[in-house]
Design a protein around this ligand. Sequence first.
Ligand code: FAD
Length: 382
Amino acid sequence: MQRTIFEPSHELFRESFRTFVEKEMKPHFEAWEQAGLTDRSLFLRAGEAGFLGTDVPEQYGGGGVKDFRYNQIISEEIQYAGVAGGGAGITLHNDICLPYYLNLATPEQLDRWLPGIVSGELITAIAMTEPGIGSDLAGMQTTAIRDGDRYIVNGSKTFITNGINSDIVIVAAKTDPTQKHKGMSLLIVERGMKGFERGRNLEKVGLHSQDTAELFFNDVEVPVENLLGEEGKGFVHLVTNLPQERLSIAVAGVGAAQAALNWTVEYAKERKAFGQPIGSFQNSRFKLAEMRTEVEVATQYIDQCVVALNEGRLSADDAAMAKWWTTELQKRTVDTCVQLHGGYGYMLEYPIARAYVDARITTIYGGTTEIMKEIVGRSMGF
Ligand SMILES: Cc1cc2nc3c(=O)[nH]c(=O)nc-3n(C[C@H](O)[C@H](O)[C@H](O)COP(=O)(O)OP(=O)(O)OC[C@H]3O[C@@H](n4cnc5c(N)ncnc54)[C@H](O)[C@@H]3O)c2cc1C
């Protein structure tokens, strides 16, 4: 079914980002996958080309257009090109971290950080998860205790995307450890602050070119000027921003499913068995038809979620439904597509194999499928 949400300006943007991916990402992608890290120069090149902070006001160097369709296009093109691991840092930067600055920062903080975020000189990350907690964020142990004009931060975080490359990290910590939700605040911890250390670049099942790391805080002195939003409102700030994070993951999920389907249709036309293209077996044809149906239905829902986000009416349960449905769809689609590729589907030189290992995390990060269903269930009064 034809998608109706895009205008000619979006199509031009899509073409230009597609060219960027071809020139600046694809030739380096294999090296990044081997290194376990995307070169940080990618952020500078993306910044230069106008692909960071399309929604940041022009006075800070941004695109000045608040329209998540541009973010959606970036994410889709990354998936279609099969460079998910190389692009994840950029979508996290644009879709997930940047809104915290745009929504919560003081004018001084905007002056300080936005130009670097838009140029790619300052790479962002957000650190909520700890070794002992993930889903149950209110139980976090990291503390930030006020001492005059600074906070003293102690604790550790894990599984942090852009963990190695990041220059400024939004850290969720307890400013009042006697409280659960109400004791949490958000602080910007900067590269080079004394006592802020990075652990290993974690070895993952997939998304190899995406750096995911542990972060350690030992008596890190963070000036009060680095408090983002209000003290004690950290949990509210997280809950407010999570629907956009979940929609971002959903957009990537449906994009990845579409990409897997595209590669498999091509393959099923070329590959022959028993003297006929494998796509012409009834089982293959039915599988392809089922996948196309599911992906197209999901795409229409996600497009409407993007429109709802733009209009400020995307609810937490809309985003939760989008996230769990599309990422589960991604998982089963890539699995079926591997099957249709036969043995070649297990070879990393085929994009479908990489899509398979990359897909496994998406039903977990940004809130697991189970937590998404909790949110949806609670919104129904249970
Ligand atoms: C590659 C990668 C990148 C990540 N990037 C970031 C990042 O940038 N920043 C960040 O802060 N975090 C990040 N994370 C962490 C991620 O968000 C968490 O792993 C995720 O939220 C799940 O938390 P957990 O791992 O502690 O699992 P747990 O919370 O321990 O959950 C384990 C299992 O129990 C289930 N469960 C838990 N509670 C309930 C419940 N109430 N009802 C039913 N089932 C439940 C879960 O669904 C899951 O199946 C990343 C993780 C990975 C692997």
